[in-house]
Write a protein of this length. Structure first.
Length: 84
């Protein structure tokens, strides 16, 4: 039946998912992360040196982990202007 075929495809898709890290170090000391970056344990519990938050929908929870927080609400695919 169509329902059993759909269930089989859904199960196969679930098994193929690869976990995505909450943040990745792209250069020494430079990280790119997502909405769960606040969960990362930095060496010796150091705070983030600075955070640039590009989310429109909600502020990032990691803003509590830094003294240097800048929010530039940016829609997906629309870069910030040089003035920003």
């Amino acid at each position: 039946s169509d329902e059993s075929h759909r269930k089989k495809n859904d199960d196969e898709h679930e098994q193929q998912k690869v976990p995505v890290p909450v943040a990745s170090q792209v250069q020494p000391g430079w990280w790119v992360g997502g909405c769960y970056s606040h969960e990362i344990q930095l060496p010796m519990q150091q705070p983030w040196a600075g955070i640039v938050d590009l989310t429109v929908e909600f502020p990032e929870k990691c803003r509590a982990n830094t003294l240097n927080y800048l929010c530039l609400p940016t829609w997906d695919g629309v870069p910030c202007s040089p003035e920003q």
